[in-house]
Ligand binder design. Structure first.
Ligand code: DX5
Ligand code: ZN
Length: 216
């Protein structure tokens, strides 16, 4: 059985207690931390910037999966890299030249991903797949935690899985939005490798148990 990576999203954590939440993530057996960056422009919400990533970096060795929901990732990605990001994912719906951005991020020594919103087709990023470490399929409209999983995104995951496998691309498929133990099964069945989950974990009475429920 292939290894599924769990990436708890701190968007739903208590921002006054992030240090404690990182310890919880370490204890849970999850390998990644998903950090949602929003600029109030690409999405109608504002979250954290590089200074927060830098502070968190001092507290843990966990892999930092930074999801940039911002209009101009080409201006800001380097700050996130310098602050300790291990993977930077930007959105395909931005206007900057994507191939160049991918090359710049990779040559800085970290991993790169691209994310597609629910209405964006796989065909729009297909030509970039050979250069990517990860594709993030949004299973809700980006911007907020706690929304319901869009089941029709499973078809998109399947299409991506097929293309990646047929061409032997070294590219993970990540899903983000409305992931709980039930919707996780749909995504894994469709071919996902990385599960982002926020409110299901952090609203649980036992967050460690909620993470562990993904491994069962
Ligand atoms: C939403 C973010 C997600 C969010 C997921 O735009 O990209 O990472 O934290 O939260 P849940 O798991 O609650 O849907
Ligand atoms: Zn996210």
């Amino acid at each position: 059985m292939k290894k599924i990576i769990i990436a708890p999203s701190i968007l739903s954590a208590d921002f006054a207690a992030l240090k404690h939440d990182l310890k919880m993530i370490e204890e849970s057996g999850a390998d990644w931390v998903h950090i949602d960056v929003m600029d109030g422009h690409f999405v109608p919400n504002i979250t954290v910037g590089p200074v927060v990533v830098k502070s968190l970096r001092k507290e843990t060795e966990l892999f930092f999966d930074v999801h940039l929901m911002i209009t101009n990732p080409e201006k800001y990605w380097r700050k996130f890299k310098e602050s300790g990001a291990d993977l930077i994912t930007f959105h395909s719906e931005i206007s900057a030249e994507k191939k160049k951005l991918i090359e710049d991020i990779i040559s800085s020594g970290i991993k790169v991903g691209i994310s597609i919103k629910p209405k964006t087709f796989v065909s729009e990023i297909e030509a970039l797949l050979p250069y990517l470490n990860l594709v993030l399929v949004m299973t809700v409209e980006p911007g907020f935690g706690g929304q319901s999983f869009m089941e029709d995104m499973a078809a998109k995951i399947k299409v991506l899985r097929k293309i990646i496998d047929e061409n032997n691309y070294d590219c993970l498929i990540e899903v983000d939005g409305g992931i709980n133990s039930q919707t996780a099964s749909i995504c894994i069945g469709a071919g996902a490798d990385v599960l982002v989950s926020g409110s299901y974990i952090f609203a649980a009475e036992n967050p460690v148990g909620a993470v562990k429920s993904f491994f069962i």
